[in-house]
Design a protein around this ligand. Structure first.
Ligand SMILES: [Zn+2]
Ligand SMILES: [Zn+2]
Length: 342
């Protein structure tokens, strides 16, 4: 059933208060009923990996390997799994499994499952050479994407793509993307390719040419002036997709919304968001947040990326340098997505 050696390298957080990543040699995990084992080709490093490293997500048991932007090849198929076979290329993202019996699952809304399994939290994630994941969480990787290209689409990609395609914006509408880092630089590409009049918002004049390269029709430097007024001058945004992790930075975007405009939050900020209520009433505005997507949404994201030429900009680093790679991402020194390769 399997062609693996018996040990593998993995990078894990050893204890609840360890707050650091350590390279280990472990037994290759056995495939269980309902799961497949994936030989990991690449795993993106997401800001949310900090939830595991710093043990701030509920019910994580340790030791634990982070990583929920997994791309690789099925290496073994567990009992009872149908529709998947050894050798298929698959990804696993934030949606790493669902219970199937809670009220949300019974309505088919698996991403909001009360017992949603996130790889790297519910079970060992992609900072390893092998991962065992539930078959219900698998996304097929299309031809045309390498593992390193597919990995960031499993969280950063599906989150921005799925938020935009489920938003009230329609082709031709003014859509702004706040932040052009890991999520935002994908959001700008997706928005432009979806046919929105796309505005990229970031700090610093030097990012203007990059924003245009990504397909933005307009660039607004939030250091240089009143972004809300600039958005109003363009007609007011139907959607501002905010990928930044500061609530304080999100608030001014409300002033840039057009009638029925929506602030759409995918950036994970822990601070409260202050809201100018009166102004929102006048513009019939709304605030919504969006949680990633399921495995099928990830498949759609990857197919769209292949068809329309959307790619994450990545820096690859070998798995054994995961700790350094993670620190680089957290420090903000990494320009885009850092992807671990095995
Ligand atoms: Zn993520
Ligand atoms: Zn459920």
């Amino acid at each position: 059933m399997s062609t693996t050696t018996s040990t593998m390298r993995a990078v894990r957080v050893s204890a609840p208060d360890a707050a650091r990543l350590e390279l280990e040699t472990l037994e290759v995990p056995a495939v269980r009923p309902g799961t497949v084992r994936i030989r990991v080709g690449a795993c993106g490093i997401c800001h949310s990996d900090a939830l595991t490293v710093h043990n701030v997500f509920p019910n994580i048991t340790f030791p634990r390997a982070p990583g929920h932007e997994i791309a690789g090849t099925i290496d073994a198929v567990g009992e009872g799994v149908e529709g998947w076979s050894v050798g298929e290329r698959v990804g696993v993202g934030w949606h790493g499994g669902h219970c199937g019996h809670c009220d949300r699952c019974r309505r088919g809304d698996f991403i909001t499952c009360r017992a949603l399994q996130v790889p790297g939290m519910a079970y060992d994630g992609g900072y390893a050479e092998y991962v065992v994941a539930p078959a219900v969480a698998l996304a097929r990787i299309p031809h045309g994407l390498t593992d390193a290209e597919a990995a960031p689409l499993m969280c950063a990609g599906v989150t921005t793509y799925n938020a935009l395609r489920n938003s009230p914006a329609r082709s031709g509408d003014l859509v702004a993307i706040q932040g052009i880092g890991g999520l935002g630089h994908l959001g700008v590409q997706f928005a432009a390719k979806m046919g929105f009049e796309t505005v990229a918002i970031a700090r610093g004049a030097e990012k203007a040419s990059f924003a245009k390269e990504l397909g933005a029709h307009h660039y607004l430097d939030s250091n240089a002036g009143d972004v809300a007024a600039a958005l109003q001058k363009l007609g007011g945004a139907k959607v501002v997709l905010t990928t930044v992790t500061s609530s304080e930075a999100m608030t001014p975007m409300l002033g840039g919304l057009g009638i029925d405009g929506q602030l759409l939050i995918v950036g994970a900020s822990m601070e409260p968001l202050s809201v100018p209520a009166v102004q929102m009433i006048g513009g019939r505005n709304s605030i919504k947040a969006w949680p990633s997507g399921t495995n099928v949404d990830s498949e759609d994201t990857m197919r769209f990326a292949v068809t329309h030429g959307v790619r994450a900009m990545i820096e690859t680093m070998p798995l054994e340098r995961a700790s350094e790679a993670y620190a680089r991402m957290m420090s903000g020194a990494a320009r885009f997505r850092v992807v671990l390769t095995t």
